[in-house]
Design a binder for this molecule. Sequence first.
Ligand code: FCB
Length: 446
Amino acid sequence: MTDKPAIPGRLEGLDYLSELPQPRPHNHEPRMFPSGFLWGAATSSHQVEGGNTKNDWYRWEQVPGHIVDGSVTGAADDEYNRYEQDFDLAAGFHQNAHRLSLEWSRIEPAEGQWDMEEVLHYRRVLEALRARGMTTMVTIWHFTLPQWFADRGGWEERDAVKLFVRYVEFVARELGDLVDFWNTVNEPTIYLGQSYSIGVWPPGVSNQFRMLRVFRRLAKAHSMAYETLHRVLDGRGRPVMVGMAQNVITFEPYRKESMADSYFVWFADRLFNHQFFLWTKKRHDFIGINYYFHYRIKYVPTKFTQFFYEVHAENRTQSDLGWEINPQGIFQAIMGMARYKLPIIITEHGVANADDSKRPRMIIAALMEVYHAIRAGVDIRGYFHWSLVDNFEWEKGFSGRFGLIAVDFATQKRTPRRSAYVYAEICETNGVPHHLLRFTGHGVRW
Ligand code: FCB
């Protein structure tokens, strides 16, 4: 036996190096995920169903200029009628879970009136997932409001939370037996920014004070929905998992040496990513992360209405919508939310990329980061890609193509993109097969 060389400056006999985990030989194994990991895709009612005429978005779309490419949802993906066909595709691509949202304006088309036909419809949709062995995740509110609720003042109305909770209680009772995971609300901060700050979504308001009021309302709505779902569904013999989907943005200072930029990074992280959770403590069974954005933050003293900062994305790889593509940022997004010590589910991640030249690489790069976060000890339970099919991308209309499956909206023809096959291989393997790393290299950089 040879003596180990002494480590200068260390206490003799303290062989700390051998106590560190030793690197494993690189043996080209797939990067495996925990068993039971949920692999799915996500959609939302108004973006795919078609025929939604009783919500605030329907009216908003009729006004010229509101939708950038001039489109209206119309029949959208006709998902209302074609869900079985699309679930067959998803299941055929080895997805074992699916996230969709309920259209409040179908279920409660007029105040206090419940449409039991629509309830039956959603029961059939969820049963269709069950029949394919898929885990169900249901979003209760994904941006669209019934017109009657919007007319009363939407989330600003004094009784807004009460009215929302009545709807939550109704769907809990009617559909609760078919839902595995609940998202109460989707991306409150994005809704606030679009609807109450820049005003490009209904109700088209630009007012920071009204925005902050709605922010508090949405936090309250989540907390009360959380309690309602547990009150109605606990004790029925199956776990009730309630969370929400938070758009987690990763921030970094635009000027690395600037204290002001760094301060605003802290501020933006707190406001966008964490404030909602601070208001809704202990009312989450899991954390849903929607990851799309990585922002470089620059402090600008004159930008009062933008909370004094600007976002920069120059010289970065971009999607068809000009959003920076930064899949490795999902690691930071996860680590930032890991502080709540709850299971994490990636409830959305995707890219607008019609020719699919960037999506496969982006999926693999992001999933390698998810893999590393799991190895670093974070309890991550699933990944839902946005989206299963191309769909109506809000104020951008049909020009943002987010689908694993391309849709020709004139004929409703579905054509899986290459990324659908790449993702299918990952779902089937329950991990990233080594040979897929050819898209990204062995490193984890984009
Ligand atoms: C998210 C939304 C979703 C979709 C994607 C691209 O912010 O939750 O509805 O529009 O962005």
